[in-house]
Design a protein around this ligand. Structure first.
Ligand code: FES
Length: 164
């Protein structure tokens, strides 16, 4: 496949680098041609499920786990930089690590501020009955995404992975 512009790694906030990746060795995962613009792919190494995504800002590597309740983002929908989780309507910006739309279940945002439950347009508002499950939903914090350092060498996407 020939691309007009060479794919590049996307920049990401340094504070959001995945733990254990500073100085970690890079490992070649896939050919860059396997990830065309707008595509997402899950790649598993050991116990780590990675999400590789080709966004308008470049290629990112993050966990293939929704920052809400760990659903695989790789089977969600990618629109530009924003991925929609297949569960609970959460939407996350792969280019900044920020939540764009909190899940329908509500909960705590990345800064710890409570956000109530909500319902998509046209659906009845959900009642959140009192009890442990509702409390668990309220106390679930939706963190910012974490990024794995990524580089492209000889047409291969390489990602720094922490030692297991
Ligand atoms: S698991 Fe993704 S929004 Fe809930």
């Amino acid at each position: 496949m020939t691309l007009d512009t060479e794919p590049t790694p996307a920049p990401y906030p340094a504070a959001l680098r995945a733990p254990g990746t500073a100085g970690a060795p890079f490992e070649a995962l896939i050919d860059v041609d396997e990830l065309p613009p707008g595509a997402m792919l899950r790649v598993t190494r050991g116990e780590t499920d990675l999400l590789l995504a080709s966004t308008p800002a470049g290629i990112v590597a993050t966990d293939d786990r929704c920052p809400h309740m760990s659903a695989p983002l790789s089977i969600g929908e990618l629109d530009g930089c924003v991925v929609a989780c297949p569960l609970h309507e959460g939407r996350f910006d792969l280019c900044t690590g920020e939540t764009v739309q909190m899940p329908t279940t509500g909960g705590l945002d990345a800064d710890g501020t409570y956000v109530p439950t909500w319902s998509p347009a046209g659906r009845e508002p959900k009642v959140d009955p009192p009890g442990k499950k509702a409390e668990a939903r309220r106390l679930t914090r939706v963190r910012r995404l974490r990024y794995y350092p990524l580089r492209i060498v000889d047409g291969r996407i390489e990602v720094a992975l922490p030692a297991e």
